[in-house]
Ligand binder design. Structure first.
Ligand code: GLY
Length: 253
């Protein structure tokens, strides 16, 4: 749905194709010849873990089979989106919408891979930082013009009266923003780095939302850096011991 929406409204994103049980053999053929690396995404919700970046065509074929035939992520991977890999650096951008306009919140960058120095499997996010140094005024202007404004206008022209957060999962490819995903929520662990930087009262923000005045709201933001570090049980994001206390520390540097 997101990909079709982006295509319709000219919003930059990676090229893609979708496969399911019926089309698995053309999917195998497609990924066995795809440029590398190649991204395979479970089409349904998978708690941020349903994304595999295959480095070889053989790996891509076996991941596709695991997702569709062996239901690696349950029904979420009954349909798989195979996407061109975009090489760049990610940033999460949040807009609070009132159905008319929107209020841009501070951006954040999360770090999704489990291992030191950004290695290993993807997780829901091992930590986050806000602000994001490369998301400067020039970059954010492109985000607004090429991505946020056409998305909000697209929602309106689809007749979707959307009130709430839009989380734009973006990647900067040589300074050009592309959409990786949309979420209809804030991010975790980004929220824990974004909220401490918002000095305005949230009640005032939500009153402005109710009155459809968000585009006029002057958000007060703390210029200092906030970061989140997530501690997880050993083994995560695969099998791990449960029933530990979940510790998330926020540090204002
Ligand atoms: N940290 C990524 C997400 O919340 O989806």
């Amino acid at each position: 749905f997101s990909k079709m929406f982006m295509l319709k409204y000219g919003i930059p994103t990676a090229s893609y194709k979708t496969f399911n049980t019926e089309s698995i053999s053309s999917g195998i053929d497609y990924v066995s010849k795809h440029s590398l690396p190649v991204v395979l995404k479970a089409d349904g919700l998978a708690a941020g873990k349903g994304v595999i970046i295959a480095e070889t065509n053989e790996e891509a074929v076996s991941v596709l089979k695991e997702m569709i035939s062996d239901k690696k992520f349950g029904e979420s991977s009954a349909k798989v989106v195979v996407e061109q890999f975009l090489k760049g650096i990610e940033v999460s951008v949040f807009a609070l919408c009132d159905g008319e306009g929107y209020l841009l919140l501070p951006e954040a960058k999360d770090y999704k891979r489990i291992g030191e120095k950004d290695t290993g499997l993807n997780t829901g996010g091992m930590g986050a930082v806000s602000p994001v140094p490369f998301a400067d005024e020039v970059f954010m202007k492109k985000v607004k013009n090429n991505i946020i404004d056409p998305t909000i206008a697209g929602l309106k022209s689809e007749g979707i009266d959307y009130t709430g957060f839009v989380f734009f999962g973006l990647i900067s490819v040589q300074g050009e923003p592309f959409v990786i995903e949309y979420n209809a929520r804030m991010g975790d662990p980004e929220t824990e780095a974004v909220v401490p930087r918002i000095k305005s009262d949230f009640v005032d923000i939500f009153i402005a939302l109710g009155e459809k005045q968000l585009s006029k709201f002057k958000l007060e933001v703390d210029p200092r850096t906030a970061t989140t570090v997530v501690l997880v049980s050993g083994g995560y994001p695969e099998e791990f011991e449960k029933d530990h206390v979940n510790n998330v520390y926020n540090i204002i540097a």
